[in-house]
Ligand binder design. Structure first.
Ligand code: HEC
Ligand code: HEC
Length: 222
């Protein structure tokens, strides 16, 4: 009796010690609470899989889905962005005409750290870690700028100047914002990450080696 009680309490204290010695984990629990308290879920889907089936479903969404945020974003990006959210999409979400007003809700730095820790736990098994190394490369660049006109919809920085289209999210700064492994997964598995989308589906048009060069290139963009 006695011994089993001691063992149980030992096991419990080991559990708490381990949990509190991993700050990211503790922050994630607080972050989930803050995400709910601040009603972020009114505009963001935080549980997968993708629910949108028609254009109407997509247009009803008020913000990008976050259920794979932990796979999509570079680890050091989210806490800074949540405390100081600068426009990512040049135009309002779901609009092709209105300029992004840049009025995203802002979090205190403490909340931003916790919410970022929570969002980084939202991972997708469809993203393979470590497959793509960010790399500026001529093949990826040629596909992006010339062959497939990604450039026509996405803003990038060319020799210090912003250039490119405005209808897609800006890819200026993608090296600091996006995980290149996610870029590859997003491009090759659009039905998982973006079943209804404004961007063309390139599967079958860009082969796997090219998809890797392209994702490495996007992952290298300053
Ligand atoms: C009124 C709707 C709304 C609310 C509420 C809201 N967001 Fe957003 N969120 C958006 C929109 C729209 C964007 C796209 C902004 C852009 O591209 O500049 C966005 C972008 C984001 C992004 C970047 C996602 C991406 O794929 O680019 C994150 C992370 C995020 N929001 C987290 C949060 C958190 C955390 C909260 C709660 C504190 C929150 N949002 C509350 C609408 C909202
Ligand atoms: C016709 C315009 C258009 C073209 C061409 C286009 N995209 Fe997109 N892209 C979009 C839009 C719009 C989105 C936002 C999601 C959606 O609605 O599809 C997007 C999303 C993305 C994202 C995710 C960015 C984020 O922050 O969520 C990446 C990465 C991307 N595109 C890369 C590419 C690459 C690489 C190419 C060329 C092979 C390309 N795009 C061609 C319009 C386009």
């Amino acid at each position: 009796m006695m011994i089993s009680k001691i063992i149980a309490s030992l096991a419990l204290s080991v559990f708490f010690l381990t949990a509190s010695s991993i700050p990211a984990l503790a922050g994630a629990t607080e972050g989930k609470k803050a995400f709910e308290a601040k009603k972020c879920g009114q505009c963001h889907q935080s549980e997968g899989p993708a629910r949108e089936k028609t254009i109407k479903d997509q247009l009803a969404k008020k913000g990008p889905e976050l259920w794979y945020a932990g796979s999509k974003f570079a680890p050091a990006f989210l806490d800074k962005w949540l405390a100081d959210p600068r426009p990512i999409r040049p135009l309002e979400y779901n609009s092709l005409t209105k300029k992004n007003a840049g009025n995203h809700p802002k979090l205190s730095s403490a909340d931003a750290i916790d919410v970022a820790a929570y969002l980084m736990t939202l991972r997708s098994a469809d993203v393979k870690d470590g497959a793509i190394q960010p790399r500026d490369n001529p093949k990826g660049r040629a596909i992006f700028i010339k062959k497939q006109a990604c450039y026509g919809c996405h803003e990038v920085t060319v020799r210090g100047n912003k250039a490119g289209g405005l209808s897609g999210p800006a890819l200026t700064g993608a090296s600091k914002r996006l995980n290149p492994d996610w870029v590859y997964a997003y491009m090759t598995k659009p039905r998982i990450f973006k079943p209804v989308k404004d961007m063309p589906d390139y599967t079958g048009y860009i082969n796997d080696a090219e998809m890797k060069d392209l994702s490495a290139y996007v992952g290298s963009l300053d």
